[in-house]
Design a protein around this ligand. Structure first.
Ligand code: R5P
Length: 302
């Protein structure tokens, strides 16, 4: 059920399953918060109910983990918000889905990144997200019309968190499981004063990856795997196996987006990964770092 919204203040709209991050963000912004009521019909259709009168400036929070029905909900919510009075409508999507399919790897494949980013750019005046998976492009501007995309980075938060877990002089080595992770290892390392290396990953299927380490001596080292996201967990599991085969002392893992589908977390544990840390960009039991201030700072400047 929608809750109170004031007429003139900026309003944060969110869905009940993201209420925790929404409350933290509303607090940081000093904004009123209203929850959208969503009803799912037996056939999968959805009905949304927003506060009946909206202020001119509205920010909608919706992470796109489990994206398919949420993209339809965003279409309904954005169009409804405009008819209810929102003139400036921003989307905060801490996890932006569909960013990995950034080219047609085989003839005829949909380039989902371009299509989904374009869709959101048409619905919203600004789209604020965290560490979208940009590999073959440098910025969201390349796929979102009118410079509407704002991509924030949470890897420095991971780096500072990791460094704080080793208060002494001996620090862990950051390891990126694939070349795309090089950017997050570099940013986390710079923020936490930590060295890092990057592996080479070969993906043959959703759950079929191999990870090769670069030729460093790792025996006895404490290692932390750093990546933007973990979904099936296979990337982290294979990286951990390769690291233990090299004789590392311990492997922990830190990710920005804790998607962790199915038994992914158990698989990480079974592979010997000790501690698993994530930001609350995606709500999950491994969350230890809040992105609320990062988002609020960007929204104030947007
Ligand atoms: C892709 O390169 C990403 O950075 C992640 O490494 C990947 O998506 C993780 O997926 P999974 O956990 O299913 O291996």
């Amino acid at each position: 059920m929608a809750t109170d919204a004031t007429d003139d203040a900026p309003l944060l709209l969110a869905f009940p399953d993201e209420a925790a991050l929404a409350q933290a963000l509303a607090r940081e912004l000093g904004a009123a918060l209203a929850l959208i009521d969503e009803h799912r019909f037996p056939d999968g259709e959805i009905k949304l109910r927003l506060p009946p009168a909206l202020p001119e400036r509205v920010t909608l929070l919706r992470g796109l983990q489990d994206p398919n029905h949420k993209l339809v909900a965003l279409l309904l919510a954005a169009r409804t918000a405009r008819t209810l009075g929102a003139r400036r409508l921003d989307l905060v999507s801490p996890y932006l889905a569909y960013m990995r399919q950034d080219m047609a790897f085989h003839p005829g494949e949909a380039v989902s990144q371009r299509i989904v980013a374009g869709f959101l750019g048409e619905l919203f005046d600004r789209v604020v997200t965290i560490d979208p998976h940009l590999h073959r492009i440098n910025s969201l501007d390349e796929v979102m019309p009118g410079s509407r995309g704002i991509a924030l980075g949470a890897a420095p938060l991971l780096g500072r968190w990791i460094a704080a877990q080793w208060p002494g002089d001996t620090k862990p080595l950051l390891v990126g499981p694939d070349e795309e992770a090089g950017q997050w290892v570099q940013q986390a390392g710079a923020a936490g004063g930590l060295a890092g290396i990057v592996c080479t990953k070969t993906r043959r299927g959703d759950r079929d990856v191999t990870v090769e380490l670069p030729g460093h001596t790792l025996r006895g080292r404490a290692v932390v795997l750093v990546d933007d996201l973990a979904s099936t967990g296979h990337t982290l599991v294979q990286a951990a196996r390769a690291l233990f085969a090299q004789g590392v002392a311990s492997v922990d893992a830190a990710v920005v987006h804790a998607l962790f589908r199915g038994d992914a977390l158990q698989q990480l544990r079974a592979a010997g990964i000790g501690r698993v840390w994530s930001t609350d960009a995606v709500a999950h039991e491994t969350n230890v770092i809040s992105v609320a201030s990062l988002l609020a700072r960007a929204l104030r400047q947007a």
